[in-house]
Write a protein that binds this ligand. Structure first.
Ligand SMILES: [Zn+2]
Ligand SMILES: [Zn+2]
Length: 263
């Protein structure tokens, strides 16, 4: 399997560090042969809301241009892709479809962080503590996947960052998410970015072994995602290599590419 990563942020989102070029250089040091940028998408909030975790809409063209420039500069050493990490906010899906076309994006990742929008809804990663919130997470995940826009479901087990223990509600939610992903042939991202922090707080979070056992059982496909918010994270192979071993142990087929849009 080629070593690839399609989950990379940039400093534009306000909670990542490093220049765009540093991510490319770190990816080369880490032995990646293909790197996809998927920074948090901006959304055209009619209320004028300004999110603290995203670039602004007027930064989008500069972001795409920057990745394209780097793709040319480093084209003989690494293949670069440009995408976005997007929620499923139903009201903004026409805008997203138009943006994909206008910017000629290679792909969009489905980061199911909030629903129906982050203007009022809490972050699923911190606030999913009840079966009701879990149900909301699951509905949004399933409906989002059904749009056919997303190349993969990022951190599908995000709810386990705050929900504990993995109970019958989690089992049901995971079955529904995995069954939908398998039916639609959408790879699930085995996201390694939170392992270090979860280990430090002695928390069984993401990736959650019970979720991934269900993913294996439902015949899902995985893609390993670094979800890098610091370019140096791309240089160490510790979590990537562990992910390869874990997925092989679970007999989950792992892909090194995504279904990209064609123009
Ligand atoms: Zn995310
Ligand atoms: Zn991310």
């Amino acid at each position: 399997m080629r070593k690839t990563n399609f989950h990379t942020h940039t400093a534009r989102c306000g909670h990542a560090v490093g220049a765009d070029e540093e991510y490319v250089l770190s990816a080369l040091r880490g032995g990646f042969c293909e790197l996809g940028f998927s920074d948090h998408t901006p959304w055209p909030y009619p209320s004028g809301f300004v999110s603290s975790i995203r670039m602004t809409p007027d930064e989008l063209d500069g972001y795409v241009a920057s990745v394209r420039r780097l793709a040319v500069r480093y084209g003989d050493r690494i293949r670069l892709r440009v995408g976005l990490e997007c929620e499923y906010f139903e009201a903004y899906m026409p805008w997203l479809r138009e943006t994909i076309r206008r910017c000629r994006l290679d792909y969009v990742l489905f980061g199911n962080h909030y629903y129906p929008s982050d203007e009022h809804a809490p972050y699923f990663g911190h606030e999913t503590r009840t079966p009701e919130m879990l149900e909301r997470y699951t509905e949004s995940a399933v409906e989002g996947m059904e749009t056919g826009l997303f190349a993969c479901l990022a951190h599908p087990d995000l709810f386990m960052r705050s929900y504990a223990p993995f109970d019958r509600h989690c089992e049901k939610a995971s079955r529904r998410i995995c069954r939908t992903a398998a039916r639609l042939r959408i790879p699930l991202e085995y996201n390694v970015s939170m392992i270090a922090a979860d280990e430090k707080r002695c928390w069984q979070g993401v990736p959650h072994p019970d979720f991934w056992r269900i993913a294996a059982d439902e015949g899902c496909t995985a893609v390993i995602g670094m979800d890098a918010h610091d370019h140096t994270a791309l240089e160490s192979g510790v979590y990537y290599d562990r992910a390869v071993r874990t997925l092989a142990g679970l007999n989950i087929p792992t892909v090194d590419t995504l279904p990209f849009f064609e123009y």
